[in-house]
Design a binder for this molecule. Structure first.
Ligand code: ADP
Ligand code: MG
Length: 726
């Protein structure tokens, strides 16, 4: 057999199928595996002196700062535990503004005067690291000569052991800040936003007689991804460098048979998933769900929800483990929002709620939500937040990759709205009329088959087309991109909701001071909030043209692409709100805005360059060879006196496509080089308005050629192969 990517892929699929899959050694018990590589609460309790353990818990639950002598004791215990797990190094692991994670490893080993070595790790080493910050994006927040950046241990997220082939590393989740205390990462503002929301939520809870001291936001992100044979991946420069295919004709079979969603999972994929889950289990990521997704070769992994900070760390770890584990199974994991045109892209549903320190979910409506006034207040606060900050929320999910999904009839539309479902919508209508008096029952679902158990019916059906849906006891922000960190969408939500809770708490407190009864004050306030914000509620089909028109009539924003959406972050009311709740200051926001624009420009630029390369060096040579083949055939057949009518037509068709391909390659090359000397906003607009259309035009010519050039002469794996050979 030869060694084209196709042949190699076929071989690896066949070999996989023949290999014995039976596992002889007993699998370790899942319950014992979970968290076995984390410095979790149980380990802390066992290994720390009682008072130190208590001090650490106070830090974790109440944010009380740790003193350095306590940190020293924790560091020693952590080091001993890590050494027992084979660790030689430790690292402060952080989330700079690149969108991925960063780590710099240091050894525990210190040489002694006798020429031997001891393992050392002090409280200072634990608390603070100092990577060179100059090579991380700062959006102009600091210049290289003042490049000091510090990583600071986040005690609320458990350290874990990263197992490598030749040794292990203690990983310490950390924040990353500049010398001036400004955040250079995603974790710092996330932690600040959780605190901001907590403060406001507690004011409301107090009014309802709760003695809770803190509220956390909870979050469960569902991750979609594609898996393809690695031979294909490595044969495609666009997948290697851009994460998505930039050329590729539609295959004869796509997802139209709807035979993939929840379908049985192929053996090789199952083996991969089990490996991923086992790794994540050991480091304490509570993975729960696995299934096939809608598109061919698309899958999903989802955890049980956790507090938003830990969930965000765990989400980054999940993406990392997915990408790292795939090659072990001869696979490549694609987390891009749209790896393949014409089939569904990937998202990351962000399930979001709030919970008090007694474990109560504040968005749990209970059996009779009409008299669960506290729930109604929190729920109305979220609806108000989404309405007031729709631009910010839209911006929080904007990036070049997600532009291929939003508004493209497969993902939620670019218009932000809230789905409440029948039951809550009915309640909101009652509130608007005066007060909520009754709850529409969900009732029993009758299957019509007597042997099947009677199922309680959910209070509302699902709506897959809504970007922000109430799903029983939480909201689901569905428009988040599969490749993005969930930190910023969480931050945006937390800040927006904190502002609403603040508003509502203030209104209620003032009414009570004036002697109004709580019940009446709440009824009045809810009515006002529902009236003023109901335009954001939409339960219909978010993909429809009518919704676009209706949303425009309601005055809702429709920011169709990232470049339109980015600016929302630096709108005066947004900046003012972030500053008021001390989540980010003007400079921190401006820096993120600049980085968003730069990242967008760089992404499109890389894609454009890769397209030029692929057109010049892959597609054109193949097309020219085929053109010559036809031309030679025409000459030979004519000489022999045969008819050449159709062959000549084919030659003309191929020739004109070759011309198109050449012209469009040059156009794209010129546009990539000539973007004027404006700032990043102008450059980003140039990319959107000039470069992307030129890329689309070039792709069209390339894809037409793919449909003509003989299979064995086509230099790239095709959709038909990549998506269906598994
Ligand atoms: P659905 O079927 O509506 O998607 P699931 O129960 O399967 O609901 O949950 C989907 C995701 O939502 C899971 O990751 C789950 O942990 C998460 N989730 C459930 N409850 C909450 C909550 N209170 N806060 C945040 N996330 C939650
Ligand atoms: Mg879901």
């Amino acid at each position: 057999m030869g060694s084209s990517p196709l042949q190699s892929a076929i071989r690896s699929v066949i070999e996989w199928g023949m290999r014995s899959q039976a596992t002889l050694s007993p699998q370790p018990k899942a319950t014992e595996q979970f968290g076995s590589l984390t410095f979790n609460d149980q380990v802390q309790r066992q290994r720390l002196p009682r008072d130190v353990y208590k001090a650490l818990r106070r830090t974790i639950t109440h944010g009380v700062p740790l003193d350095i002598s306590t940190a020293d004791i924790i560091a020693t215990a952590m080091k001993d535990w890590a050494l027992e797990h084979g660790a030689t190094h430790y690292t402060h692991w952080f989330q700079p503004l690149t969108g991925i994670t960063a780590e710099k490893h240091d050894s525990f080993i210190t040489p002694t005067t006798e020429g031997r070595a001891v393992a050392e790790f002090s409280g200072k080493d634990l608390i603070k690291g100092e990577p060179d910050a100059s090579s991380f994006p700062s959006g102009g927040m600091r210049s290289t000569f003042e490049a000091r950046g510090y990583t600071a241990w986040d005690p609320t997220s458990a350290p874990w052991i990263l197992v490598g082939q030749n040794g292990s590393t203690l990983v310490i989740p950390s924040a990353f800040v500049s010398w001036t205390g400004e955040s250079l990462d995603k974790k710092t503002p996330l932690l600040r936003s959780i605190e901001a929301l907590s403060k406001q939520a507690i004011r409301i809870l107090k009014l309802f007689g709760s003695d809770a001291e803190r509220v956390v936001t909870t979050c469960g992100p569902e991750q979609e991804y594609f898996l393809i044979d690695r031979n294909f991946f490595l044969a495609r420069p666009d997948l290697i460098n851009g994460g998505r295919t930039l050329f590729g004709a539609r295959p004869p079979k796509g997802q139209e048979m709807e035979d993939q969603y929840f379908g049985s999972i192929p053996d090789r994929v199952m083996a991969f998933m089990q490996d991923v889950e086992a790794q994540l289990f050991r480091v304490g990521v509570p993975i729960r769900t696995r299934h096939n997704e809608v598109a061919p070769s698309q899958y999903e992994i989802a955890p049980i929800f956790e507090n938003a900070n830990v969930a965000t760390d765990h989400q980054m770890m999940t993406m990392e483990v997915l990408r790292r584990t795939a090659p072990k199974y001869g696979l490549a994991c694609l987390t891009h929002e749209k790896p393949f045109a014409g089939v569904n892209g990937s998202g990351k549903h962000l399930n979001w709620s709030m919970s008090d320190d007694q474990g109560n979910n504040l968005l749990n409506p209970g059996e009779t939500p009409h008299d669960n006034v506290q729930f109604l207040v929190f729920c109305a606060a979220v609806v108000r937040a989404v309405n007031r900050f729709q631009g910010l929320l839209r911006m929080s999910i904007a990036n070049a990759g997600n532009d291929h999904r939003l508004g493209a009839n497969e993902a939620p539309p670019a218009i932000i709205s809230v789905f409440l479902g029948d039951q809550l919508t009915d309640l909101f209508e009652q509130i608007e009329q005066g007060a909520a008096k009754s709850t529409r029952p969900g009732g029993i679902l009758d299957t019509g088959v007597s042997v099947l158990p009677k199922l309680p019916r959910d209070a509302g059906d699902r709506n897959r087309t809504s970007p922000f849906a109430f799903t029983g006891n939480k909201f689901e922000f569905r428009a988040v991109g599969s490749n993005q960190s969930i930190a910023f969408p969480n931050i945006a939500l937390n800040v927006a909701v904190a502002e609403s809770l603040d508003y509502m708490a203030t209104e209620l407190e003032q009414a009570l001071q004036k002697g109004k009864a709580l019940k009446d004050a709440v009824a009045e306030l809810l009515q006002k909030v529902v009236k003023e914000n109901k335009r954001i509620v939409f339960n219909g089909n978010g993909y429809s043209e009518e919704w676009r028109e209706e949303a425009a009539r309601r005055g809702l924003l429709n920011l169709a692409n990232s470049v339109d959406a980015f600016g929302e972050l630096v709108k005066p009311e947004v900046v003012e709100t972030f500053e008021r709740y001390k989540v980010m200051n003007r400079r921190e926001l401006a820096a993120r805005h600049e980085i968003n624009l730069e990242t967008y420009i760089k992404t499109i630029n890389i894609e454009g360059q890769v397209m030029v390369l692929m057109a010049d060096r892959y597609i054109l040579p193949a097309a020219l060879r085929y053109q010559k083949e036809i031309a030679e055939s025409v000459t030979a057949v004519a000489e022999a006196g045969g008819t050449t009518r159709e062959a000549k037509k084919l030659l003309d068709r191929v020739s004109s496509l070759v011309d198109q391909l050449r012209e469009r390659t040059e156009q794209l090359r010129d546009l990539l080089n000539g973007h004027g000397n404006g700032g990043s906003e102008e450059h980003a607009r140039h990319m959107r308005d000039k470069v992307i259309p030129a890329m689309n035009a070039l792709r069209e010519a390339g894809d037409q050629l793919e449909l003509l050039v003989p299979h064995e002469e086509w230099p790239l794996p095709t959709y038909r192969e990549m998506l269906f050979i598994k």
